[in-house]
Write a protein of this length. Structure first.
Length: 197
């Protein structure tokens, strides 16, 4: 999703045919990869499908849910509120669901164009954290803050929402909240193993 600068009005997600205007080196590298792949396949006369996704979560677990649960535990231990960004929006997407969608695309012989493959729904980082804590049963006070006040080495798009592509022969991905619920058993196991070390 970082091939887009995130400066548009929050009225709809980015579509594959929207102009890609990355606002950071990471997004620029992703767009350069798309362009290089398209050129390589065009030169060979072969078809190419590009899958864009966003806010991935899933094994091995170096993801937002894992990190925010650790941050919540630290905040709870120190009896302080947990700071979470409330004005950065995206589509949290389960890696398992993306993998199944790509397999379905191959089965349906979808081998052309740019496809946006994300779980249904939109949320801010704070929304994502709250839903995770609700499902896990974590009680922590959240203090919302602005993306501009959160120190990061990169500048992510404030509106990084991708509109899912309707792909013939491929079922739309379920809401991200449902996918998160399916990820919880693995998250719980990871937390148990980490605590035991």
């Amino acid at each position: 999703n970082e091939v887009f600068d995130g400066r548009r009005a929050h009225d709809r997600g980015y579509r594959p045919d929207d102009l890609a205007t990355p606002a950071n080196p990471y997004g620029a590298s992703k767009l350069a990869g798309e362009e290089a792949a398209a050129a390589a396949y065009r030169d060979r006369g072969a078809n190419l499908a590009v899958v864009r996704t966003s806010w991935l979560f899933g094994p091995p677990g170096s993801d937002f849910p894992t990190k925010i649960l650790a941050a919540a535990a630290a905040a709870g231990a120190e009896r302080r509120p947990l700071k979470v960004v409330a004005d950065e929006f995206g589509s949290p997407t389960f890696t398992h669901d993306v993998a199944e969608a790509v397999a379905a695309m191959l089965g349906a012989e979808v081998r052309r164009g740019v496809q946006h493959v994300v779980n249904a729904g939109i949320g801010s980082r704070a929304d994502w954290a709250r839903e995770l804590f609700r499902q896990v049963g974590v009680d922590v006070t959240i203090e919302v803050m602005s993306l501009s006040d959160w120190p990061r080495p990169s500048t992510p798009p404030a509106w990084g929402v991708l509109e899912p592509t309707e792909i013939p022969g491929v079922e739309p991905l379920r809401p991200w909240q449902q996918a998160l619920a399916d990820y919880l058993p693995l998250l719980r196991r990871q937390r148990t193993v980490t605590a035991a070390r």
